[in-house]
Design a protein around this ligand. Sequence first.
Ligand SMILES: [Ca+2]
Length: 335
Amino acid sequence: MDAGSSGQTMVDATGTGGRGIADATDATGAGGGGGQGGAAGMSGQSGAGGASGRSGAGGMGGASGASGQSGASGQGGTSGAAGAGGTSSGTGCTAPGTICWDFEGGATLPSGWMPYRNEFNGTLLVDNTRPHRGTYSLHARDLQGGVEGMDGGPKKTIRFDLPANFGPILWGRAWVYTTPARPSSHAGIFNARYPRPNSTMTTIDKLDWYEVATYTQKYMAIWHPPEPPGYPEWVLVSDTSLVLDDWACLEWLFDGVNGTNPEAADPRVWLNGTELLWPMKYVFSVPATTVRPVQEKVTNFTVLETGAYLYQGLPTTTNWWIDDLAVGKERVGCD
Ligand SMILES: [Ca+2]
């Protein structure tokens, strides 16, 4: 596999060093592309409205509340359904504490989500071009840019601040559709972040995080320290090619407690109900090391990010759709 490290950008406007994935034998890697300025205001909190939206979602458990799209729904949120009305996001969404987004609130972001990364070509939006269910989904449209194998690639994401005290175990579920080609570059789809133990730093660049992605055209999961630089990171690459030109149900478990073990658990990921195996595991860092990062335990997950974000170039214009996204304290399931 190629390697190279990859560039990335962070929230702040300063360029950041590169990072990315390389296999363990490739210690080299060019420095990262400079970051571009992140979208402003991601530090979030911004929305009281968002907060209400969230509670709406949680409140009714379900039916899409999240979507609530309108904070307005938040108000009615407790009663549930008042929500912006969307259809159910799945049976799993009735579990306590589960938050679901079916994107059925129309061509606008669901309440509480805000634009985050925005690099190179393409657009992240809610549209009606390819829903998994209902009419709408989140669409990373026509992403392209950079040079394959080199730092820097298109990144189009949104982020969401979880309700307080979400807890240390995060199950997730998303339906994802990718076309027309499997990217070779590291393509993130979802991540969840949390403050380091005994840290009061809550800005996104101070948080540890778990990630679900693809790399070398296969599914991948990673545990990262705060980004930048985001490494040394513990990388798990599957032997399963990412599903192309069809919907795929991805589920993940980020177990930040891991029983009585001293460190948080490795991420686990399921594709259409079958757990992925990780025949390739390695530490990536610049400079290279073989020493694994300490996977610090979680008190509460605090931030979600989704969309499509590539750390190396993407020469082929590519589209992703994400629908029926959910997170919860127990397994959500694909239905
Ligand atoms: Ca939908």
